[in-house]
Design a protein around this ligand. Structure first.
Ligand SMILES: [Zn+2]
Length: 260
């Protein structure tokens, strides 16, 4: 019966409680893409697998093929992301990453590059990097690896090279558009500042180690967030619910002591 069970390294993207004690886990596996599995009895106090069945759990799961859903039968932890779980800003960013990953992948369709990105993003959140920087790096590389890389070199509408001026951002056209095209467009498009364009190019061309050297003030951070969220909203054709939590946290008074 060996072929009935298999092992899969995975990160839990979301969970759905079912009946009295069961839970359905949406796993993003390294090798088999996104897989929904059932964890039977996981909500009983005696369950020895409960710690592996939470959102953001990262483990090697042992699974048995089932008629409809595969069944969780065992797990070995890979990382706990303890620091992420203890900090609201970081956990909101991690939920955002998980939600976008869920929306960007299809079940049972290989998604190793997306798995790598999720794992990288969570690891850097755990290491204490700024959640906003991790999220923007994630947005760009996720779009790139799923075939939706924003156009940042030439105008996405007319193909002319972008001048070093305030251009515009048009998710509908697929990226930055030039001043000529802005002038001729009917609807007002959000402005794309020179430094935002340069930052987007830099983040897209960089691994996280290089990206983390980028200095971003709050104004630029907000602009990058607006543009990339609008782009993802267009590509995914829906709002990202966890982005609202990030916004609410941003409105809270800062917890660092203020200068008097
Ligand atoms: Zn143009």
């Amino acid at each position: 019966m060996g072929s009935r069970t298999y092992r899969a390294e995975a990160i839990v993207l979301k969970t759905l409680d079912l009946g009295e004690a069961d839970r359905i886990l949406t796993l993003l596996t390294r090798h088999f893409g996104k897989v929904k599995v059932i964890a039977k009895g996981i909500r009983r106090p005696t369950s020895r697998l409960a710690g592996y069945a939470e959102p953001l759990s990262h483990a090697t799961y042992q699974l048995a093929r089932g008629r409809e859903l595969d069944v969780l039968t065992g797990a070995e932890s890979r990382s706990t992301f303890r620091a992420v779980r203890e900090d609201l800003d970081r956990i909101a960013a991690a939920w955002y990453v998980a939600e976008v990953a869920d929306r960007s992948t299809a079940e049972r369709s290989p998604a190793a590059p997306v798995f790598d990105l999720v794992e990288t993003a969570l690891r850097h959140l755990e290491a204490g990097h700024a959640p906003a920087l991790v999220c923007r790096w994630w947005d760009l590389h996720l779009l790139d690896r799923t075939g939706f890389r924003p156009e940042l070199g030439v105008c996405a509408r007319c193909g002319e090279a972008l001048r070093e001026a305030t251009n515009a951002w048009s998710p509908y056209d697929g990226g930055a558009i030039c001043t000529n095209c802005v002038d001729s467009s009917v609807a007002g498009l959000p402005a794309l500042s020179v430094r935002a364009l340069k930052s987007l190019r830099y983040l897209l061309a960089s691994d996280f180690a290089a990206a983390s050297r980028l200095r971003i003030d709050e104004t630029l951070e907000r602009e990058l967030e607006r543009h990339l969220r609008a782009f993802l909203h267009h590509v995914l054709d829906r709002e990202i619910a966890s982005a609202r939590l990030i916004d609410e946290l941003a409105r809270l008074p800062r917890r660092t002591p203020a200068s008097v």
